[in-house]
Design a protein around this ligand. Structure first.
Ligand code: ADP
Length: 151
């Protein structure tokens, strides 16, 4: 049986840190669904969601085992839909840990078959966060070093 994993996130924007987690998780699972969480009712994104989906899909065009979707429901429900038994998340620091610890417990309450797999960030990407990239971009700074694609 194929091991299918979900990599959920806001990806606003998708960064080189995310790319690293994707590529490393492919050594462990057979298929990966990159799932961009988006609620059209409260559109608070900085980067347009369809555009981000396209950029991510292009980045991994050479990988048939990766697909990119947009979702607006519980991650645990989405996992069932894609027959995913694993959620992949990245951990940079203790702040990430505190947050991820709670989400992971709740996700397993909602879907008992779902395990969360945490990959520790590669040190060269540890300082990259989507919020910092947004901030730099907002004030006209060059963010190309932080992203796996051209904006
Ligand atoms: P969310 O809003 O769900 O936290 P993000 O798009 O910010 O979504 O992040 C998605 C996942 O990627 C999270 O598990 C986050 O900890 C992880 N992540 C974000 N930046 C990095 C990075 N630089 N290195 C490793 N993991 C990261």
């Amino acid at each position: 049986m194929k091991k299918i994993a979900l990599f959920p996130g806001s990806f606003d924007p998708f960064t080189k840190g995310h790319e690293d987690i994707v590529l490393r998780s492919l050594k462990i699972v057979d298929e990966l669904v990159i799932a961009i969480g988006y609620n059209s009712q409260k559109n608070v994104r900085y980067f347009q969601v369809e555009n981000m989906k396209e950029k991510i899909a292009k980045t991994f065009a050479a990988y048939p085992s990766i697909r990119v979707v947009i979702y607006n429901e519980l991650t645990a429900t989405l996992a069932k839909k894609y027959k995913a038994s694993v959620i992949v998340r990245g951990l940079r620091n203790t702040t990430d840990f505190e947050y991820e610890n709670s989400i992971s417990q709740v996700n397993r309450d909602l879907n008992a078959d779902l395990e969360t797999l945490f990959l520790i960030t590669s040190p060269q990407y540890a300082a990259i966060s989507s919020s910092i990239v947004r901030e730099v971009h907002r004030y006209g700074g060059d963010v190309s070093n932080y992203l796996p694609f051209e904006l």
